[in-house]
Structures are given as structure tokens and as C-alpha cells.
Write a protein that binds this ligand. Structure first.
Ligand code: G3P
Ligand code: CA
Length: 254
């Protein structure tokens, strides 16, 4: 199956960061549905492993901030995570919203848009021989035949390297922090990446030109003001991650 290609895009992509985070509880099906309904081209989410090896959609390593539970995500089975309320912390009308599995979100997005799956691991992450989280992610994308609409990213370069060396890897996005000083063209080429995902304040017009000359797309994160989105569109970026897709869709340059 062909992997995602952004070569045909005519305008910058609007990427709903954790769905539609300004108006919905982040990383929930309600949030992803709302972002797609609003017209986002792609949704972004964060994945982690449950204790029984399922890929679940949650940003933090602990469940406290975005659910009514406590403790590390990795200490819960998928069934236990599904008991938690992932919506009421945001607003009572989202009571009973659940932590989705990655598989559920792939089913939601299919035929409606694109998905950026960010693999989250902690700085002290220990790699095992099976590269568990990245291996499971790629296997799921392949089993669901989701290669054409999936882009896999991570701040962890070892995870990306492992994916790039697998058979038939999905499209790769390289995440970098604002203060990460390195030659990103070389890094993205080494990882055979489709896109570079920089912190948006680290982007300038010259860098956009360099990346485009190298055939690499630029998708800066996470931009929540109209003025800054329009400046990035002026520079020629290929899309932006935003918590507010409706605001971004209203920006000139689209
Ligand atoms: O993928 C872009 C952005 O989501 C990375 O930062 O902390 O929001 O996951 P964070
Ligand atoms: Ca993320």
C-alpha cells in the first residue's frame, strides 16, 4: 500500500492539535470528530502503551491532568483506562468521554482526513529488542491499511530510526524542540522523513527554502494566533498544528 504523500497539497494543511483542543477535551473522539467537522485536514494525537500492550491516546505519562484517575498510564490495562472519565475535567457536558485506543481513532479518521500519530516516550525510555511501541504502531497502521493517511512522528530520534528501518515504514515526521540545534536537513534525510515538525518560533523563511530544496515538508507546532499563522503561511510552510482549527481556517493564505 502507498504511504502518505503530501506532494499534491495545494494549500497549507490545518492540523487539529489533540483534535480541537480549545473547545473539546484533548485527545478524545469528541475532539477529533469536532476538528474534522470544522474542516481540519489532519488531526494530531499522542500515543502511549497500556500495561497490557495496547496503544492508547493520551498526552501525559500520568492520567491525572486529563482524567478522573491517578497514576501512570502504563500501570493501567486498556480495560481499566476505559473506566476513566476523560471529559468531565474539561466541562461537565463531556462526562463519560473515554480515552480512545489508536485503533478507534484510525476508524474515525478513515475517509475523512489525515492523522499524525505522535509516539510519546519518557527521556529514560528503555528500548527492548522488539522496539515495542513503534513496532506495535507500525503493525497497527499496516493491519488497518492506514498507510495512505497516516504520518508517524516523535521527538525520540531512536524511535524514528527504528521505524525507518522497518519493512514498508509509514510516512515519518521529525519533531524537534525550539532549542534543538542540529542540521535538520541531514537528520530528516537520514530518517527518510516526509516532514519536519519544528516548534514554530524556530522557523524562518530561509529554513523553509532549505527544507523545500531538500524535498522535505515543514509542519510547525503549535500555533494559536491568527497573526503568527499568517506569518508562517507567508514563509511558505506546508501546514500548521493548531488547537483552534476554525481560527486557522479563517487565516488568509489558505
Ligand atoms: O506534534 C506537535 C506537538 O504535539 C508536540 O508537542 O507536547 O503538544 O505533544 P506536544
Ligand atoms: Ca503531540
Amino acid at each position: 500500500m502507498n504511504v502518505l504523500s503530501l506532494s499534491a497539497i495545494q494549500k497549507p494543511l490545518i492540523i487539529g492539535h489533540r483534535g480541537f483542543r480549545t473547545r473539546y477535551p484533548e485527545n478524545t473522539l469528541a475532539s477529533f470528530q469536532a476538528a474534522l467537522d470544522a474542516g481540519a485536514d489532519m488531526i494530531e494525537l499522542d500515543i502511549r502503551l497500556s500495561s497490557d500492550g495496547h496503544l492508547v491516546v493520551i498526552h501525559d505519562a500520568e492520567v491525572e491532568r486529563t482524567t478522573n484517575g491517578e497514576g501512570p498510564v502504563i500501570s493501567y490495562t486498556l480495560a481499566e483506562l476505559k473506566q476513566l472519565d476523560a471529559g468531565i475535567w474539561f466541562h461537565p457536558r463531556f462526562v463519560n468521554e473515554r480515552i480512545p485506543s489508536l485503533e478507534e481513532v484510525l476508524d474515525l479518521v478513515r475517509g475523512r482526513g489525515l492523522i499524525n500519530i505522535e509516539i510519546k516516550v519518557e527521556p529514560d525510555h528503555v528500548f527492548d529488542a522488539n522496539h515495542t511501541i513503534e513496532q506495535k504502531t507500525v503493525e497497527l497502521i499496516q493491519r488497518k491499511r492506514a498507510e495512505t493517511f497516516s504520518l508517524v512522528s516523535s521527538f525520540n530520534k531512536k524511535i524514528l530510526e527504528n521505524i525507518s528501518q522497518m519493512d514498508h515504514p509509514p510516512a515519518i515526521g521529525v519533531l524537534t524542540e525550539y532549542d534543538e540545534k542540529q542540521d535538520v536537513v541531514t537528520l530528516c534525510k537520514k530518517l527518510n522523513a516526509l516532514a519536519w515538525h519544528p516548534q514554530y518560533l524556530a522557523v524562518d523563511k530561509n529554513q523553509v527554502l532549505l527544507m523545500h530544496e531538500a524535498g522535505i515538508k515543514i509542519l510547525p507546532y503549535t500555533v494559536n494566533s491568527k497573526e503568527e499563522i499568517e506569518q508562517l503561511f507567508e514563509m511558505g510552510v506546508d501546514g500548521v498544528f493548531t488547537d483552534d482549527p476554525i481560527m486557522a481556517i479563517g487565516c488568509s493564505g489558505l
